[in-house]
Design a protein around this ligand. Structure first.
Ligand code: ADP
Ligand code: GLC
Length: 511
């Protein structure tokens, strides 16, 4: 089985969040099941710098849609045997910093053109329009940046089968009608049964309408996105495609996230040697300028966007101050959250440490040094940080949504399928989050029960091999199927539109 993975980020080449983790870990996990997986990514400067030896193997002719030369560079995804192809087109991808936005947080103005070009390069490879003899049986595309790939492939009778994974429905790649025209897409794609979404063009609909199979990154999120609360205006379409939609949980890449071998830590440990987690806490306190206190150390690492419920935590700060805990926050994203966090860090400097920025090593040291990990996300397609926390014996406190409810089982109300491993709250309010934190703090004062809860999480199996086997099962026997365009208009109440507007703001922070 030959699979072409098409993605806009993959660790360690480039990563802004969990999408990068997944696209860096799943291809090698699939390779280990015996598949021939190749990874296609834009040649951003960071990817070129990280990739190691690369050789130009082809040029891709994208005229009349795009005139500059597009080169295909070949190498390996570092640390793996996965063959890597980079789409090298300097006018589109040779710019410093984030793949999706400029230093001022605004999306690159030509994002639609950049990712349309990337999609056309993927289609050229998939259909054998280049000198490459390798032809995939399956093209697996991820998130809106690659949404045009299934749409462009759909009309070709010789096409491979397509899978589209939704990592986050909030980011849809919405552009004005004029952009659709400028991209010179087939006019038949301008329809509410295709790419049109409330008078605008939606990249993600290309995946949702045209892929043979849809997946998302947890079973619960697969159900949630069929409802108005979580569907971002696309719940009708997703419900209509429910037979093609599967929820497959993300996993942990143990090569990167393993407390027994993590090079970022001062003290390595495991469930059997839990005591060795201890020295990581004073080391972290020291690194962050917090006093060396035995009080519980809470932590949050993530993109600072509305999705992640940062404002719930901000509201709780006075209450947390009264509880005598410490809190470490690492993240970057929307300016308003960054500014608010910097401000409160100055007020509560004795017990609150805020680091605005992106720091892979610090993220590992926080996972190891903290006692409790907060994920009060409003929605969470899967979430990787709670999985890392579980594996690092740092007990998660999470909102009962998406993948968080598939992976965290409350000690007082465990789910039937998972041993208790954390604390879960149901209401999207600061009070509900605080009540869950209070339950956690009470248990923290009972060291034997606390250690049992830590070990329970550390011993659970969230490895990629299980999830890779599920993807392999999905690919097996998958054939291109004729597209049935949705008979109904994608729904859009004012509430949905509000959701889309909100996330468009969030999109500036990342995608
Ligand atoms: P999302 O994909 O929505 O951002 P996930 O929990 O799936 O959320 O994955 C987030 C990933 O990004 C994790 O690997 C996390 O450690 C990492 N991450 C997020 N923000 C930062 C940051 N500021 N510094 C370092 N790592 C970060
Ligand atoms: C998204 C989601 C996150 C998920 C990640 C990887 O960015 O927000 O929940 O874990 O993608 O699939």
């Amino acid at each position: 089985m030959k699979v072409l993975f098409v993605a806009s980020e993959a660790y360690p080449l480039i990563k802004t969040g969990g999408l990068g983790d997944v696209c860096g870990s799943l291809p090698p996990a699939l390779l280990a099941t015996g598949m021939d997986v190749r990874l296609l990514l834009p040649a951003y400067p960071a990817a070129l710098a990280q990739a190691g030896p690369l050789k130009p193997v082809d040029t891709i002719d994208l005229r009349p849609y795009f005139h500059p030369t597009v080169r295909l560079l070949e190498g390996r995804l570092p640390g793996t045997r996965v063959k890597l192809w980079l789409v090298d087109c300097p006018p589109a991808f040779n710019r410093a910093g984030n793949p999706y936005h400029a230093a001022d947080g605004q999306p690159w103005p030509d994002n639609a053109e950049r990712f349309a070009l990337f999609a056309r390069a993927a289609v050229a490879l998939a259909l054998g329009w280049t000198r490459q003899r390798w032809r995939p049986d399956i093209v697996h595309a991820h998130d809106w940046q690659t949404g045009l790939v299934p749409a462009l492939l759909a009309s070709d009778p010789a096409r491979p089968a397509t899978v589209f994974t939704i990592h986050n429905l909030a980011y849809q790649g919405i552009f004005p009608r004029a952009t659709f025209d400028a991209l010179r897409l087939d006019p038949s794609l301008w329809s509410f049964e295709a790419l049109e979404f409330h008078g605008q063009m939606s990249f993600i609909k290309g995946g949702l309408v045209y892929a043979d199979r849809l997946t998302t990154v947890s079973p619960n999120y697969a159900r949630e996105i069929q409802t108005p609360r979580f569907g971002h205006g696309l719940d009708g379409l997703l419900h209509w495609r429910r037979d093609a939609l599967h929820g497959i949980l993300n996993g942990i890449d143990r090569r990167e996230w393993n407390p027994a071998r993590d090079p970022h830590l001062v003290s390595r440990y495991s469930a059997a040697k839990l005591g060795a987690k201890g020295p990581n806490k004073p080391a972290l306190q020291n690194e962050l300028g917090l006093p060396p206190s035995p009080q519980p150390l809470l932590a949050l690492v993530g993109r600072l966007v509305w999705q992640k419920g940062i404002d719930l935590v901000l509201e709780l700060l006075p209450a947390l101050a009264r509880r005598g805990v410490q809190l470490a926050i690492l993240g970057n994203g929307e300016r308003e959250y960054e500014t608010a966090l910097r401000r409160v860090a100055a007020v509560y400097r004795d017990w609150l440490a805020v680091r605005i920025g992106y720091d892979e090593g610090l993220a590992h040291r926080i996972e190891a040094g903290a006692d409790l990990f907060l994920m009060p996300s409003r929605f969470e397609p899967c979430g990787l940080n709670q999985l890392y926390s579980l594996h690092y014996g740092t007990v998660p406190v999470v909102h009962r949504v998406g993948g968080l409810s598939d992976t965290v089982s409350d000690i007082d109300h465990p789910t039937p399928v998972l041993k208790p491993n954390g604390f879960v709250f149901s209401q999207e309010t600061p009070a509900a989050l605080l009540a869950a934190i209070d339950r956690a703090l009470a248990l923290y004062r009972q060291p034997t029960r606390w250690a049992a809860l830590q070990r329970s999480g550390m011993r659970q199996d969230f490895s990629w091999s299980r999830s890779a086997a599920k993807y392999a099962g999905l690919y097996a026997g998958l054939r291109p199927t004729p597209v049935r365009n949705p008979p109904v208009k994608t729904r859009g109440s004012s509430r949905h539109r509000a959701g889309v507007r909100r996330t468009t703001r969030a999109a500036a922070a990342r995608r």
